[in-house]
Design a protein. Structure first.
Lengths: 841, 400
């Protein structure tokens, strides 16, 4: 028996909307183009539903270049495009449409499969057809939907290669390369150690850390996409191993030429991996059955509000140069992709420098016609900026060049901005409405960004379903001055030379009404991208009939899958499982458990009848798991393994890591210089001048940032010496100028007010020179004149230097200059105080 | 020779004097150091200033008598050891710029007080502890400014004699259960809880007290289930960045930084030690900053409370040496502080820092490594008293 998931979000939304209204709800007709009345002359529509069919579907498919080429009166059955009687066409159409699930309609699936699509992309035809059927079904079609879970075919987990226990193979292949070229960072003994330590001197540590960077699929002959052997080129690599990609793509510390280095690394990995035999999955694991993504049930409960939608880009094509407008509103405003763009296979386009997607100005006139007639509009986008540094980066723009636009939604670093031309703004849409910089609303992550415009409020921005709170200072106006010659451009400006947006767009929609907050929140809740319900069969493990662990799976981006909402459910609704412990859930891919991203390892819960619902099962965890993509969604095969499910257990043992022996660093000097405050403390202590002395404190504050901050001799600079000299002069000046300090230091006989001839008498004659030099030596260097530490300069050398200095500073011309004796003493003091005898420790 | 020429020559002579002396000192130092030279170096390295003649004589006697530790203990009594050495040793731990040029604050004062009083430093990240100065003329310590400590420094107050042990709960009114030693001082909270997501407190504490920045503990194999919603799983549309880089730090950090879920520092970032505002603690209520940017990854972890788990007890980071007698999980900053401070890395980090501060080099030989190992062991065995670390390192590096 099948179970049904009731998607109550849509119901709740509609209920909330209904509750807000005061009377009978007013529903707007979907925007569509209506064929001219003259085109049909048959019987009038018999009912309102036939009328809805006629307006929304029949008008669009009856053209001879579409379904009307065959499915007409006298043509192929079903004749839903017949032009003689719309009532008969209606009856025929009912056999090939599913109004409760429009995308599941036979008509849609037929066209999506390539049956006479009128566009280059069958999926775009299918999407457009889906919109027309949805419009026919009315707004209820975008509300609650039932999704029928279908048991997938049972598949066993495929073969794969697994890492051998012994590091010996690694040691002779990859290890020599990483130890030679990567150990300066990726080893615990490196000067600047950087995890992971795959280049550790400890081979076991290196091997365990390297495993996350090696993908054995690169040497698995069953690997289909990319095929083995994978390749390395100057533009990148198809290999999955991070060791290779880091060199080939990121050019991360290549040791010669990056392509050559990447190839060398690949060869080493192949040499390591080729001898490893293909094995079936570890038989001791407790595992579910296996699935590929497309074995899942499509989660198509997209409850988007689309009534006023006039252009829609879901970027589903995944290839080619056209992003199709699948809004169903004609004319189709398809965008031509140019430059360095890439498709996201999970639906999206990634814009790199020099890329854009632009429609013709003729087709873009659809926007002009429909928006100027309503006077309001909405631009809606699911956007993932590559960074938060780019400014003026156009996400969506209807413009004619860098200085001319009708409307633009753009990114400015951490902010989003909106420019709209109106009667109250310039022809460039200025002033821009910019989100508050403090809120940093723009993030380098997938975000739902909406710009609305109406004549009353002007511009309003919403991010992830929340109004940003930024008020349009220009207010609302009319759009009469819009220019219908502009073109719709995405990811850039029409000129292509400015306003590049870097990042990914996963959906863009334009509405000719200003969406309300509930409508925006409805669209935000609907999400974006391709999603599947994956039913992993665990019946043999639990004993509960038709029991599954169901997960929602989507492509996170081109490089990973996103698993979420793990749910235990039995498709047999008569079952009420109880007392089933589930713990240590791991996601396996292509025969092995993924190394990185296992969010459910800590899971430890029990399925109980109290928490289990026969329709919705029991949710096991609310967090998501991002698992690296390997071969692509078409071939990657997933399974689940468990530490415990029911009575089945598998014991996971975490490896133990020995503390690696530390390795000495490089030799360094045994000495250092006194740092800033130590210098000041030292100068204060040896001179007796307190640090709080106003003059020295002022100089200290001024030179503080230039004094040595660290004792490292290698960091000592000329600027340090200059600052120390200034500080030394300040201390010596205060010493000489302050009577009690001076007398205490030099003795009561010292007189700083004399001329240069104060120092006429030579040294070693009990002269004034001796008084000053001896006092300086004893106080500043320490020790005595006859004996001192071996680490301090001996007196004779210091005496000779200071004697020479005093002589040089007392020429005959200064013989009688007042205070010269003090000035010279200060200089001699500073020379000694600022020297290595003070500085070096 | 003119007067000006002579004066220039004199200035040149003075300038070269310093260099000449520096070179001669460098050449002279290593060889032939006796007890006097060793004593001076011990004093220099510990106190930062030269010893007095009497101090030098006593220390030399101790060294001569085979008791260099007593000599080091003399240097440890110097006021400059507390006012300068310890202050500048700890200051970079207390601000985001990791600058030593910041005003004295309660974090540093508490560290100095704990060293002076031979406190058990393994309680440094969990205790209800605070030190203030009882010097006269200072404003009272406040939750809203740093004036008490900044003025104590500006006035040259002697830390050794005036620091007084108080409690954060008593002085700041923080609930006792919310106190977590140095992490909940005003300096730490104003630097690491202001703005952001409180992960800064974890990272800076890790750097300051376990001597590991995040790149050295990165482990991409830990479960990412506790990484919050604000971390994009596809930054710029490339999930390889997340799976190879972001996850490595966040998978371990986020489950532990959850311990700070009830803390915030609403205020204005002005600069190191100058930020305005006061810490708030909302028992039982997770701060809004834990729920910002939820749209970055809606399937991410939603923080319900302040429970934390140390995921690094498994995987490569088990080498940090976690205490097997502790549970490895808990609620709040206090128990997290205990977890961190009881690790081997914590004790080793203190020894390493002191070795480098005293010896002016990272361990550069096997003998140096053995010395650090011995210091670590002695530190743990001796109830985590800090002064013996300085004494041991100074004796080891006093020269021979």
């Amino acid at each position: 028996m099948n179970a049904y998931l009731k998607w109550i979000v849509g119901i709740a939304s509609l209920a909330a909307l209904a509750a807000c209204s005061g009377g009978a709800p007013t529903t707007a007709n979907p925007v569509t183009t209506v064929a001219s009345a003259a085109a049909y002359s048959g019987p009038p529509p018999a009912t309102a539903d036939v009328q809805a069919f006629m307006v929304n579907l029949w008008t669009n498919v009856k053209a001879t270049n579409r379904c009307g080429g065959c499915h007409v009166q006298g043509g192929q059955s079903p004749q839903f495009a017949r032009t003689d009687d719309v009532n008969l066409a209606y009856q025929a159409a009912n056999t090939v449409v599913n109004l409760s699930q429009p995308d599941q309609s036979t008509m849609v699936q037929k066209v999506s499969g390539g049956h006479n699509c009128w566009l280059a992309s069958p999926s775009a035809c299918g999407d457009t057809l889906t919109v027309w059927i949805q419009n026919w079904a009315g707004s209820s079609a975008t509300g609650s939907q039932s999704i029928k879970l279908i048991a997938p075919p049972d598949e066993t987990v495929g073969n794969s290669k697994t890492f051998p226990t012994s590091p010996s193979g690694f040691q002779t292949t990859i290890y020599p390369i990483v130890t030679q070229y990567c150990s300066r960072c990726h080893a615990p003994t490196a000067l600047t150690p950087q995890q992971p330590y795959f280049a550790s001197a400890d081979i076991n540590e290196a091997y365990s850390n390297a495993q996350a960077k090696i993908d054995l699929a690169d040497a698995n002959p069953t690997n289909a996409n990319p095929p083995v052997p994978c390749t390395v080129s100057s533009t990148g690599t198809t290999c999955l191993s991070r060791f290779v990609a880091r060199l080939a793509i990121d050019h991360h510390n290549c040791w010669s030429d990056c392509t050559t280095d990447a190839q060398a690394m690949l060869t080493a990995i192949e040499n390591f991996a080729n001898p490893i035999p293909l094995t079936t999955v570890d038989p001791s694991l407790v595992i579910s059955k296996a699935l590929t993504m497309f074995d899942g049930t499509v989660a198509s409960g997209q409850n988007r509000y689309t009534t006023s939608q006039i252009a829609l880009y879901e970027f589903k094509t995944g290839t080619g140069t056209i992003a199709y407008d699948t809004s169903g509103v004609e004319p189709e405003l398809d965008l031509n992709l140019t430059g360095n763009y890439t498709w996201d296979q999970g639906w999206g386009v990634i814009f790199a420098p020099n890329s854009k997607a632009q429609g013709t100005s003729t087709a873009s006139a659809k926007l002009y016609n429909m928006i100027t007639s309503s006077g309001e509009f909405t631009i809606e986008a699911w956007v993932s900026p590559a960074n938060v540094a780019q400014t003026g980066a156009n996400i969506v723009s209807y413009s004619g060049g860098p200085q001319l636009r009708d409307a633009t939604l753009s990114q400015m670093a951490f902010q989003y901005a909106a420019n709209v031309r109106s009667s109250v703004t310039s022809t460039n849409g200025a002033p821009a409405l910019v989100t508050n910089p403090k809120n940093q609303l723009a993030q380098a992550a997938l975000q739902h960004v909406v710009l609305t415009y109406d004549p009353v409020n002007g511009r309003k921005l919403y991010v992830n379903g929340v109004f940003t709170g930024d008020v349009d200072s220009a207010g609302g106006g009319t759009l009469a001055n819009w220019d219908n010659t502009f073109a719709l451009v995405v990811g850039n400006e029409t000129s292509g030379t400015a306003n590049q947006f870097q990042g990914e767009l996963r959906m863009v929609a334009i509405h000719n009404r200003a969406l309300t907050l509930p409508q925006i929140q409805q669209n935000y809740a609907a999400g974006v991208g391709q999603k599947y319900f994956m039913l992993f069969n665990v019946t043999p493990l639990t004993g509960v009939p038709q029991s599954y662990v169901m997960m929602t799976l989507s492509l996170n981006d081109n490089y990973s899958y996103l698993f979420s909402n793990p749910t235990f459910i039995s498709l047999d609704s008569t079952q009420t499982p109880n007392g089933i412990p589930i713990s240590g859930l791991r996601i396996g891919i292509n025969g092995t458990e993924a190394t990185v991203g296992q969010s459910y390892i800590p899971l430890n819960t029990t399925v109980t009848s109290a928490n289990y619902n026969s329709s919705t099962g029991q949710l096991l965890s609310s967090v998501g798991a991002v698992i690296a993509l390997q071969n692509g969604p078409a071939t990657d095969q997933f399974f689940l393994s468990f530490a415990q499910i029911g009575s089945q257990t598998h014991v996971y043992t975490d490896p133990t890591y020995a503390i690696p022996a530390p390795v000495p660093g490089p030799a360094a000097p045994d000495l250092g210089v006194r740092t800033f405050e130590r210098l000041a403390q030292t100068m204060s202590k040896v001179t007796g001048v307190p640090m709080t002395d106003t003059n020295v404190a002022t100089v200290y504050a001024n030179v503080l940032s230039a004094l040595p901050p660290v004792p490292d001799l290698a960091a000592y600079s000329a600027a340090n010496q200059t600052a120390i000299s200034q500080l030394a002069i300040a201390y010596c000046s205060e010493l000489v100028n302050t009577t009690n300090l001076r007398q205490s230091f030099f003795g009561a006989g010292f007189d700083p007010t004399q001329g240069g001839n104060y120092f006429t008498a030579p040294i070693n004659t009990t002269s004034n020179r001796d008084t000053v030099i001896n006092a300086l030596y004893i106080n500043l260097v320490g020790g005595t004149l006859s004996a001192n530490l071996a680490t301090q300069p001996p007196f004779a050398g210091v005496q000779a230097e200071l004697d020479s200095l005093i002589t040089a500073l007392t020429p005959a011309s200064y013989a009688t200059t007042a205070n010269r004796s003090g000035v010279v003493t200060k200089a001699a003091c500073a020379a000694l105080l600022g020297s290595a005898s003070t500085m070096v420790q | 020779m003119s007067t000006i020429q002579r004066f220039r020559s004199a200035r040149q002579a003075a300038g070269t004097f310093a260099l000449v002396t520096l070179v001669s000192a460098l050449c002279a130092l290593p060889a032939g150091a006796g007890p006097n030279e060793q004593a001076k170096r011990i004093f220099d390295r510990i106190a930062g200033v030269p010893p007095s003649a009497s101090e030098l004589a006593q220390m030399a006697t101790d060294i001569q008598g085979g008791d260099p530790t007593s000599a080091a203990n003399i240097a440890l009594q110097a006021p400059q050891f507390y006012n300068t050495t310890l202050k500048n040793f700890a200051m970079p731990w207390t601000n985001r710029d990791q600058t030593v040029f910041a005003p004295l604050n309660d974090y540093v004062a508490t560290f100095i007080g704990m060293v002076r009083d031979d406190a058990d430093f393994s309680t440094a990240l969990s205790a209800d502890i605070l030190y203030m100065s009882n010097a006269s003329g200072l404003p009272a310590p406040s939750t809203t400014d740093n004036n008490h400590y900044a003025q104590a420094e500006a006035q040259g107050v002697d830390m050794k004699s005036t620091l007084t042990l108080v409690t954060q709960s008593g002085l700041y009114g923080i609930p006792t259960a919310a106190t977590a030693g140095l992490m909940t001082t005003r300096a730490a909270t104003s630097s690491f809880f202001i703005n952001g997501t409180n992960r800064a407190m974890f990272r800076y504490t890790l750097m300051a007290h376990l001597c590991n920045d995040l790149p050295t503990v990165e482990d991409i194999t830990r479960p990412p289930d506790r990484i919050r919603q604000d971390v994009s799983r596809s930054p710029g549309g490339d999930s390889r960045v997340f799976l190879n880089s972001c996850i490595g730090c966040h998978s371990g950090m986020d489950p532990m930084a959850q311990a700070f879920a009830y803390y915030d520092f609403p205020g204005t970032a002005v600069g190191d030690g100058l930020n305005t505002g006061a810490m708030v603690y909302t028992a039982g209520t997770t701060q809004a900053k834990y729920h910002i940017n939820t749209g970055n990854f809606p399937q991410g972890f939603v923080t319900p409370d302040d429970s934390w788990t140390n995921r690094w007890r498994q995987g490569p980071n088990q080498v940090l040496g976690w205490d097997p007698t502790l549970p490895g999980s808990g609620n709040g900053a206090k128990s997290l502080g205990l977890e961190l401070a009881h690790s081997t890395a914590f004790a080793q980090c203190q020894a390493q820092k002191v070795f480098q501060a005293v010896c002016y080099r990272a361990p550069a030989s096997q003998a140096d490594l053995t010395q650090v190992s011995n210091m670590t062991s002695a530190f743990k065995a001796g109830n985590y008293k800090y002064k013996p670390l300085f004494a041991s390192a100074a004796v080891y590096c006093m020269g021979s």
